[in-house]
Every structure is written in structure tokens, then in C-alpha cells.
Write a protein that binds this ligand. Structure first.
Ligand code: ADP
Ligand code: IOM
Length: 350
């Protein structure tokens, strides 16, 4: 007999947006609904129920999830992106509009820059609700499109199945590949049938990479050492337009690019630097005042839910929906300029 789906009680110190917005009343309203892909509230909240340290804790199984479970998703989207259910998303991928001269030409603070977008195939369930057959089909179509790229985007697709363990460990340690077995994705149903259908495409220099069938069906990534943020953005926008010639992605005027986690809706863009700020790190209150002012998020250097090491942080744009791609990168750039300025002032006081 299947277990009864009961209202989850979250401990008082749980900070996830799921725990904040899933009231008993909303739960009762949504608990028996399902999308045409049979995605239920139970599936949508599983990650946040299992992982009380989630930032958000909810996932969508398809674009319909955002409307059917809107009573839960809307306030979460409103709080995370300051975006209401009547707003429209806007897009601008024109790199000429980005004002971003290298803020650290001597390479003293910025170790590396990475900008990624998430994309999911049109007319296909998202990762939490996709079948093995559909996921393998996504991999086939993606690898064919990617293997046909040329110029500085030319590269090779490597499936995770059969990948030598030493190679995959090194790709993860060097920040190129996603880690296996993430507990947040596991509870969301995103690791089903692992490793089938998963893989990574990259060019020889590993400055252009695409993750296939991780949290989103594609994560298109441009990255390189140092702080030339504009060059990284230019490479990314070129790659996106080439890939969009071959694949239709799920998009609508309200939510922009549709992603499995509501934090990524809209541009689905996370523009980050790995930056060394050992003095600011001693005053986290001041550090966070700056990151809040520029709408930035602080992560550790091994990605989401990881810790900082040696005063090195991953600093990225937080808002992604209702702002353009150019604005996402500009938020990160303007904040990073300010962080470096304060770090330099603190150095002088030593
Ligand atoms: P995502 O960016 O796709 O949301 P994560 O936060 O888990 O996912 O980061 C994925 C990987 O990218 C991690 O190994 C992380 O250390 C690496 N990474 C993120 N930003 C940078 C950066 N600016 N330079 C180098 N590696 C980075
Ligand atoms: N994007 C997703 N991995 N994350 C926001 C999960 C969470 O902390 O809820």
C-alpha cells in the first residue's frame, strides 16, 4: 500500500522558501493535482522535504507545473526574483550592450570567470518528470547538434557511461563537470537511470562546455581563467545562437526560458567569478551588504551548497527572471568592481 501524502512539518530553523510558503491551506488545495506528465505536488516538494538545508526546495516537472502548482511557485518566484505573476520577462543577449572592461587585468583577485545558461527542449517534460527513453532522446539530439559546431566551439561529446573514473574525477575537481549523486537532485528525481543519457561536450581548450541532462537538459557554459568577463559573455552568446539554430527550447513570455528549478527561470543565467577576497572574508557582514546591494549570491568554490576555501568565493548574479542576460552579467560585474575596491582598501590598512 502506498504511503499517505501528509502535510510536511518543517523545523523552526529551516530557511527554505518551500517551508515559508507551503501553508496547510495551499497544501490541501494542491495535494491531489497532477500535470499531464503525471507530476504531483509530492514530487515537486520532495527535494526540500528531504533536504532541510535547501535554499528553495521545489522543482517543476514540466512547464505546466508552474501554473498548476502556481499557489506555491508564484510566491517563491516573487520572493526570489522580485517578479509578479503579471510581469513579462525580457531578453537581451547583445554583448555590445555590456559595459565590462576587465576589472582585474593583473589577475590578483579574479581566478576565473564562468557564465552558464540552462535550456530545456520544447514539448518535453523537464528532468524531474522525463522518462528514460525521452532523456536518451534528448542526449542523442543534443550530442548531434553539438558535434556539428565548428570554429572555436568545435569539440567532442563524452557520455558519462563508460567514462574513465580518473578522467571524471579530474573534470569535477577542475570545475568542468557536475558531480554525481547530488542529494538535492536525487530527491527531485533528477538522478533516475544514472548515468544513462548524461554527458559533457567541450572544446579542446575547455572554454566552451555543455552539460547534458543534469538539473536542466542543457547547461551551456563559457569559462576561462582571469577576469575578461566580456570575452566569456561573447563566446556564450555566439554558442547559444548556434545551438538555437538546431534545437527549439522551452520558452514563454512570462517565465522566459523554462527550467526545472524556479531560481533559474527567465535568463537561466548564472554569471560568476572565482575571486580571492581574504580581507573582506573577515567581515562577512560588510561582504554581504555589498552582495545584497548588487543582487549577488555567494557560493563556495565547489559549486552550490559548497564552502569557501582560502578566502576564495564564487560570486554570481542572483536575479535571473524579469531582467535581461546583459543585466545579469552587469549585476555581477558592478558588484565585483565594488568588492575589489573594498578589498584593496582593507589591504592598505594592514
Ligand atoms: P551551476 O553554476 O550550474 O548552477 P554549480 O554552482 O554547482 O552549478 O557550479 C558548477 C561548477 O562550476 C562547480 O564545479 C563550480 O566550482 C564551477 N564554477 C562556478 N563558477 C566558476 C568560476 N567562475 N570559475 C571556475 N569554476 C566555476
Ligand atoms: N538550483 C537548485 N539546485 N537549488 C536552488 C536547490 C535548492 O537549494 O533548493
Amino acid at each position: 500500500m502506498s504511503k499517505k501524502f501528509l502535510y510536511p512539518i518543517f523545523p523552526k530553523d529551516c530557511k527554505s522558501l518551500l517551508s515559508k510558503y507551503l501553508t496547510k491551506e495551499i497544501f490541501e488545495h494542491l495535494k491531489d493535482l497532477k500535470t499531464t506528465n503525471n507530476f504531483t505536488l509530492n514530487m515537486a516538494i520532495a527535494s526540500g522535504v528531504d533536504n532541510l538545508d535547501s535554499g528553495i526546495g521545489v522543482y517543476a516537472g514540466d512547464v505546466e507545473s508552474y501554473s498548476i502548482f502556481g499557489k506555491l511557485f508564484d510566491p517563491i518566484i516573487q520572493e526570489y526574483h522580485s517578479f509578479s505573476k503579471n510581469d513579462k520577462h525580457k531578453t537581451n543577449l547583445n554583448s555590445d550592450d555590456l559595459k565590462a572592461a576587465n576589472p582585474d587585468p593583473l589577475g590578483k583577485y579574479i581566478l576565473s570567470t564562468r557564465i552558464r545558461v540552462g535550456r530545456n527542449f520544447a514539448n518535453m517534460p523537464l528532468g524531474p518528470a522525463i522518462s528514460k527513453e525521452q532523456r536518451d532522446g534528448v542526449e542523442k539530439r543534443a550530442s548531434e547538434a553539438l558535434n556539428s559546431l565548428d570554429g572555436n566551439l568545435k569539440g567532442t561529446y563524452y557520455p558519462i557511461s563508460g567514462m574513465n573514473e580518473e578522467i571524471s574525477k579530474k573534470l569535477i575537481a577542475d570545475h568542468f563537470l557536475f558531480k554525481a549523486g547530488d542529494r538535492f537532485l536525487e530527491s527531485a528525481g533528477l538522478n533516475r537511470d544514472w548515468p544513462s543519457g548524461r554527458g559533457i561536450f567541450h572544446n579542446d581548450e575547455k572554454t566552451f562546455l555543455v552539460w547534458v541532462n543534469e538539473e536542466d537538459q542543457l547547461r551551456i557554459i563559457s569559462m576561462q581563467s582571469g577576469g575578461d568577463i566580456k570575452e566569456v559573455f561573447e563566446r556564450l552568446t555566439k554558442a547559444i545562437s548556434k545551438i538555437e539554430e538546431k534545437i527549439d527550447f522551452s520558452y514563454n513570455d512570462h517565465l522566459g526560458y523554462i527550467t526545472s528549478c524556479p531560481t533559474n527561470l527567465g535568463t537561466a543565467m548564472r554569471a560568476s567569478v572565482h575571486i580571492k577576497l581574504p580581507n573582506l572574508a573577515l567581515d562577512m557582514k560588510r561582504f554581504e551588504e555589498i552582495t545584497d546591494k548588487y543582487y549577488l549570491q555567494i557560493r563556495g568554490i565547489h559549486g552550490e551548497h559548497s564552502q569557501s576555501e582560502d578566502g576564495i568565493y564564487d560570486i554570481s548574479n542572483k536575479r535571473r527572471l524579469g531582467v535581461t542576460e546583459v543585466q545579469c552579467v552587469q549585476d555581477m560585474y558592478d558588484g565585483v568592481v565594488e568588492l575589489i575596491k573594498i578589498e584593496k582598501e582593507l589591504e592598505k590598512k594592514l
